[in-house]
Design a protein around this ligand. Structure first.
Ligand SMILES: Cc1cc2nc3c(=O)[nH]c(=O)nc-3n(C[C@H](O)[C@H](O)[C@H](O)COP(=O)(O)OP(=O)(O)OC[C@H]3O[C@@H](n4cnc5c(N)ncnc54)[C@H](O)[C@@H]3O)c2cc1C
Length: 408
């Protein structure tokens, strides 16, 4: 008697789709991964250019706090496929991982390409089929998946179970453009609007700032936005700021912009110097030193931080050079006015996505039985630090387990 092997369609060949493919193929299911692009893992490869920060060694509480409102919802999935398990998986593909002094975990090669190559070899050996240039554009009336091929041909597929792993909408030229929101909303599935996350912010700089300091880092800064605080660095760009502290405060900045059309952050440019010591240092006579030399010598500020301090248009404040007390206060709490968030085209990730209320515990769409979802297309967000890929991998392992349950 012939046994019918159940078929699984995975749409999206990013890390979320590929991880689910591996888990399903290991159990003997027939897995086909479809993607609109010519090759898999385009954004994963781009992430590799920054070293491929896979996960983080934070303690669980600290780790989960990065996901803010979604942390409770995500916890069972991260617990099921933890940062340690992700590291073991990476090591198992011959790409040993290591944790840097900040706790960020990377493959030793600092690249995604060797890991992806080894992974694709493993998937091939497991019998996973990859169908490139298959652009999914919805379901027909019988529930079949509809794909458009590069030559305009239409293909219908009716698998036993489906995983949507279509990503967010950042760097759309790499494949994930958020076009799926329209398809799912037409099917009655609620989607929180997609917005740029881990993206730059827009500040009105003077020409001097744009031309001389774009690319310079303001290091060891504490940034505050409302009740939230982040430590790290902010990088001056031609249009404003980017970098770790900006990304961490992203949700707060976005909320302020939604309400007021602008946002205000404050920077402590000398977080390691208490206010009274800074005041004391700035109280010493300046003599014949220029303001910049004096700020460098007395307050230990780098040229970019000095320029920032003097940037009246962005701070809305004239630096009180003749008042050491006020100056020290300003250096420890420098306002920066933000008038927008840079677009999705260059954002590292996407906030928003399929509303969590639309899913059961196994990540199946409640009103589309047999269709599961994983990765960045779900409504969670996190700062950089390895939290993005960890949540993608963990939700895809959980979705694959849910798919196996469903098939059985
Ligand atoms: C510059 C940059 C650096 C990053 N660095 C890091 C990092 O160091 N650490 C970290 O944790 N995260 C990082 N990220 C984020 C991380 O890459 C993403 O969170 C992750 O790739 C999301 O995985 P995913 O599989 O859910 O979606 P994606 O990787 O976006 O994959 C989705 C796939 O779906 C396909 N697709 C979409 N729509 C369709 C359709 N209609 N039909 C067919 N196929 C479709 C796309 O072509 C794509 O291949 C970085 C991102 C960027 C842009």
């Amino acid at each position: 008697m012939t046994q019918l092997i159940k078929t699984c369609a995975i749409i999206g060949a990013g890390p979320s789709g590929l991880m689910a493919a591996e888990k399903l193929a290991e159990k003997g299911y027939r897995v086909t991964v479809y993607d609109r692009m010519a090759s898999p893992g385009r954004k994963f490869l781009l992430a590799g250019r920054g070293g491929l920060n896979l996960t983080h060694t934070d303690e669980p509480d600290e780790f989960m706090a990065q996901y803010r409102e979604a942390s409770e919802w995500l916890w069972p999935y991260i617990e099921q496929f933890s940062p340690d398990e992700l590291r073991d998986w990476c090591d198992g593909l011959g790409e040993e991982s290591f944790a840097g002094s900040s706790g960020r975990v990377f493959p030793k090669s600092f690249k995604a390409s060797p890991l992806l190559r080894a992974w694709l070899r493993r998937l091939d050996a497991l019998g996973v089929t990859f169908c490139a240039r298959h652009d999914w554009h919805g379901w027909d009336n019988s529930g079949a998946l509809m794909f458009r091929l590069a030559d305009g041909q239409e293909v219908l597929i009716k698998p036993d179970v489906t995983l949507l792993a279509l990503g967010g909408a950042s760097w759309p030229k790499l494949g994930a453009d958020g076009g799926w929101t329209r398809i799912l909303e037409q099917s009655g599935i609620a989607v929180t609007p997609l917005q740029a996350a881990n993206a730059g912010v827009l500040v009105e700089w003077s020409d001097l700032m744009k031309t001389r300091f774009a690319g310079a880092a303001i290091k060891r800064v504490v940034a505050t936005c409302g009740q939230s605080q982040a430590k790290g660095e902010a990088i001056i760009t031609e249009k404003g700021f980017e970098g770790g502290v900006i990304y961490s405060l992203g949700p707060d900045i976005r909320r302020q912009i939604e309400v007021d059309g602008r946002a205000l952050i404050h920077l402590d440019l000398r977080r390691d110097l208490p206010l009274h010591i800074l005041t004391e240092r700035l109280s010493k006579p300046r003599g014949k030193m220029s303001v910049s030399t004096w700020l460098h010598k007395a307050a230990g500020l780098a040229p970019a931080a000095i320029a920032l301090f003097r940037e009246e248009r962005a701070t809305g404040t004239k630096a009180p050079f003749d008042d050491p007390v006020e100056m020290a206060k300003l250096l420890k709490n420098l306002p920066i006015h933000i008038h927008g968030i840079a677009g999705l085209e260059r954002a590292i990730s996407t906030a928003g996505g399929i509303a969590l209320s639309q899913l059961d515990d196994h990540l199946m769409l409640i009103n589309r039985p047999g269709v599961f979802v994983a990765g960045e297309m779900l409504d969670w967000e996190a700062p950089t630090g390895g939290y993005l890929l960890q949540a993608c991998f963990s939700t895809s392992v959980a979705a694959a387990a849910g798919m196996i349950d469903w098939l059985n």
